[in-house]
Design a binder for this molecule. Structure first.
Ligand code: NI
Length: 184
């Protein structure tokens, strides 16, 4: 089932999300719905607050990038209770990001290229890994959502000033996009 995506201005996007346990109601169905919602809107990642739930759950698909990055072929992963343990910022990279919750906005964001992350997969196996490359970027973007942050919080004051109007259009619902959204 395709779920409506909560856009910029919705209070749930500013909440710090909580860990869940194995008894979380209909977790598998929720994960399937999040994948379907992400594919439908052509996103590479979707965090639970974006569908209105302040829980630590994220889905990421990188299969669409597999022409340029063969290592991401069939990459479709769910992350339960993810936490960033370490950020190695000896190397950072500036790259344009967008977000399904901020349709029409794309801005360069500086992020570390290497992070240490722990999470559970949908079979509840625990993982703890150093992650690099494009996946490290997408993870940092998605896991920010779980801390109540969006990518425009991380852009320069000048860039933020330049998109002020676009942000206020999002707040007042004056925008269109190709997928179902929940505004207010
Ligand atoms: Ni996002």
């Amino acid at each position: 089932m395709i779920l409506p995506i909560y856009t910029y201005g919705q209070p749930v996007l500013r909440k710090v999300s909580e860990d869940i346990d194995k008894d979380y109601p209909e977790l598998n169905k929720l994960i399937d719905d999040m994948f379907e919602t992400m594919y439908n809107s052509q996103g590479v990642g979707l965090a639970a607050p974006q569908i209105g739930r302040a829980i630590r759950l994220v889905v990421i698909t990188l299969d669409c990038l597999s022409e340029d990055y063969p290592e991401y072929k069939d990459f479709n992963e769910a992350y339960i209770n993810p936490h960033i343990l370490e950020i190695d910022d000896t190397e950072t990279e500036l790259m344009d990001e967008g977000c399904l919750s901020l349709p029409g906005i794309s801005e360069p964001v500086r992020r570390a290229t290497r992070i240490k992350v722990k999470w559970f997969d949908r079979e509840w196996n625990e993982h703890e890994e150093w992650v690099t490359g494009f996946l490290a970027r997408v993870m940092q973007h998605e896991f920010d959502h779980l801390e109540g942050k969006v990518f425009t919080d991380r852009i320069s004051p000048l860039r933020k000033q330049l998109i002020r109007k676009k942000l206020s259009c999002l707040l007042s619902g004056k925008f269109t996009c190709g997928y179902k959204v929940k505004i207010k």
